[in-house]
Design a protein around this ligand. Structure first.
Ligand SMILES: Cc1cc2nc3c(=O)[nH]c(=O)nc-3n(C[C@H](O)[C@H](O)[C@H](O)COP(=O)(O)OP(=O)(O)OC[C@H]3O[C@@H](n4cnc5c(N)ncnc54)[C@H](O)[C@@H]3O)c2cc1C
Length: 188
């Protein structure tokens, strides 16, 4: 069965989580597809573990520079302790907390590898060898030139619905201000 969403987010790293939160805040329905761990590189392989690994080394190096503290430092860094610290900071590579956060935004979290499978279609190969097809809703088709699923376009449509941009442009025009050349973003 196909599932229809306003926005399909491929990957629940920091960027995907931001897009999810902002899309949900804008009232859009969201599916988040993640093939590994919710949190992505930053939480499990990049920022967090690298700082967790570096901290003991830096702490000892700093202490060695300080008179009075230097004398308290003996022996070498304990690798088990360092890696234990890394595992604690990466919650032992258990992403339950971040997965729950995604779900708490109201988004649906779908585990698996997603790929674009046609216009506004995403096919997700799930861990149990199933294929789930997600359709990005054509809610922007009322404005046919907008790209469906484009969050920035969505926010522009919302702005235009309120008419604020059109009013602002009309006011500037009446004041003799020539509009600047418009860049080629699809929502403009
Ligand atoms: C050693 C190291 C240290 C770093 N330290 C810092 C730091 O201190 N500060 C900082 O700002 N940045 C740091 N970074 C960079 C940071 O990790 C990245 O900028 C950030 O993770 C990028 O976020 P992202 O959401 O774009 O991608 P990612 O974090 O890579 O997330 C992408 C997610 O999408 C999933 N995915 C990809 N393709 C698919 C698909 N087809 N279907 C389903 N899921 C998919 C992946 O599994 C992944 O979870 C560091 C990176 C490294 C390697």
């Amino acid at each position: 069965m196909d599932d229809m969403y306003d926005v399909v987010v491929l990957g629940a790293g920091p960027v995907g989580q931001n897009v999810t939160e902002r899309s949900r805040a804008a009232g859009l329905s969201v599916a988040v597809v993640e093939r590994e761990l919710v949190g992505g590189e930053c939480s499990y392989w990049g920022c967090v573990p690298s700082k967790a690994l570096l901290r003991p080394v830096l702490a000892v190096a700093d202490a060695r520079k300080v008179d009075g503290a230097r004398e308290a430092i003996g022996g070498s860094i304990c690798a088990d302790g360092v890696f234990g610290r890394r595992d604690r900071y990466t919650t032992n590579y258990d992403d339950t907390g971040q997965a729950n956060w995604v779900k708490a935004t109201g988004a649906d979290l779908i585990r698996g590898h997603g790929r674009l499978d046609g216009p506004r279609r995403v096919a997700v190969a799930t861990p149990d060898d199933d294929i789930v097809t997600l359709i990005m809703a054509s809610f922007l088709c009322a404005r046919a030139r907008r790209r469906a699923g484009d969050v920035r376009a969505a926010s522009c449509v919302r702005r235009r619905r309120r008419g604020s941009q059109d009013v602002r442009l009309a006011r500037r025009h009446s004041q003799g201000v020539r509009p600047r050349p418009v860049r080629s973003h699809p929502c403009l």
